[in-house]
Write a protein that binds this ligand. Structure first.
Ligand SMILES: Nc1ncnc2c1ncn2[C@@H]1O[C@H](COP(=O)(O)OP(=O)(O)OP(=O)(O)O)[C@@H](O)[C@H]1O
Length: 364
């Protein structure tokens, strides 16, 4: 009897080994993929149905012309409840290659962005009006819209800022330059906006003049929270190349852990740009800039005509050592202490004596 059950046991074992050999891994993979896809879809449905504090009533929103087209979406001008607004519609599915999982990730990141943004309230931060995880009821009347929107498109609605980007403003003043008072005003707006974000434990991570918008009175407002993150308590939790090369702190380029001080570095570059109405490193390649910033401490040349107090702020902000960079609240104080009554702006190119230390055209 015992012998028989031992034999049976051996047969079962053999059978198990035999079956394990025969497992069709490809079919299991397919099943797993199907299952994951079902889970993602279910999550998407839940996402679509869930009402958030920032959920907007799309029936009250009317869009008109396209303001800009980006990689992931289109920005329209519009009105919401009578207020002029900018509507950013994100249509990740456009290239037809996005997987369900990728779309779900994008939607989760979008949710994270608007959740951060809708709580913010500061004169130097673009005012958030609302957002929607769907665009089914969105009425796009613009002649240049691309027709119907993909099912998973999301949209974010913010106050409309008619003054364009800070970068465009600086380009317009490339040859005439900005009055010193205007330089300090813009710098203070940006510094105060960043100081506020940092006080809310938010690191913007993509501080650059293209991401700053101007209102009708040339007041600057921080925009684009696409990559903003809640400041990690442990800097090791925040790594990864984020931002735009010329503005990126060496520790970010180098893939090292970083914190809010990466915004202080980028602010230093913006300050130089505002003062000079020019672009840093425009004659260098991507690779040259990355290695020179990290390895050789490359920074923009500060023109001789730049008042020492302002030059000192630029230099401390873009210090290679994040610990030596000031907090944004200290930067605000330093800027507030600058006397703007005696001029100090850059001397325009067409006036002599000009600043002979800056671009090659004005060089020695
Ligand atoms: N609130 C606004 N008011 C007026 N114009 C805006 C507003 N927001 C954006 N724009 C315009 O739309 C353009 C694109 O804005 P968007 O936020 O999509 O910037 P982006 O840097 O191209 O996007 P991303 O970095 O997320 O790909 C801006 O450069 C600006 O001209």
């Amino acid at each position: 009897m015992e012998k028989k059950s031992e034999e049976e046991g051996n047969n079962i074992k053999k059978e198990k080994i035999f079956r394990a050999d025969k497992i069709d891994l490809k079919s299991l993979d397919r099943q797993l993929e199907k299952h994951l896809s079902r889970v993602w879809s279910r999550n998407l449905e839940v996402n679509l149905k869930a009402k958030e504090e920032w959920d907007i009533d799309l029936a009250k929103l009317a869009t008109s012309n396209v303001i800009a087209r980006g990689t992931y979406g289109t920005v329209y001008k519009g009105t919401y409840d009578g207020q002029d607004v900018a509507v950013k519609v994100l249509d990740w599915e456009d290239d037809g290659n996005e997987t369900t999982a990728k779309t779900a990730t994008n939607r989760a990141l979008f949710r994270q962005e608007v959740t951060v943004w809708h709580k913010l309230n500061h004169p130097d931060v673009t005012k958030f009006v609302g957002a929607s995880m769907g665009t089914t009821n969105l009425n796009i009347r613009s002649a240049d819209s691309r027709g119907s929107l993909p099912q998973q498109a999301c949209c974010v609605v913010v106050e409309y800022l008619p003054g364009g980007t800070l970068k465009q403003h600086l380009i317009r003043h490339k040859s005439k330059k900005l009055a010193f008072k205007a330089v300090i005003k813009l710098a203070l707006d940006l510094a105060r906006g960043l100081c506020y974000l940092h006080s809310e434990k938010i690191v913007h991570r993509d501080v650059k003049t293209e991401n700053m918008l101007l209102d009708a009175n040339k007041n600057l407002k921080i925009a684009d929270f696409g990559v903003a993150r809640v400041d990690a308590l442990n800097p090791k939790d925040m790594t990864g190349e984020t931002g735009t090369l010329g503005y990126m702190a060496p520790e970010v380029i180098d893939g090292k852990p970083y914190n809010r001080r990466c915004d202080v570095y980028s602010f230093g570059i913006c300050l130089w740009e505002i003062y000079c109405c020019d672009m840093p490193y425009h004659d260098l390649s991507f690779v040259d800039v990355s290695s020179a910033v990290v390895l050789h401490n490359l920074r923009p040349d500060i023109p001789r005509c730049c008042p020492t107090a302002l030059a000192t702020i630029m230099k401390t902000c873009w210090d290679g050592n994040p610990q030596k960079r000031p907090e944004m609240k200290e930067v605000v104080k330093m800027l507030e202490g600058i006397d703007t009554s005696k001029g100090g702006g850059m001397i325009p190119e067409d006036q002599s004596p000009g600043c002979f230390c800056f671009t090659p055209a004005r060089g020695p």
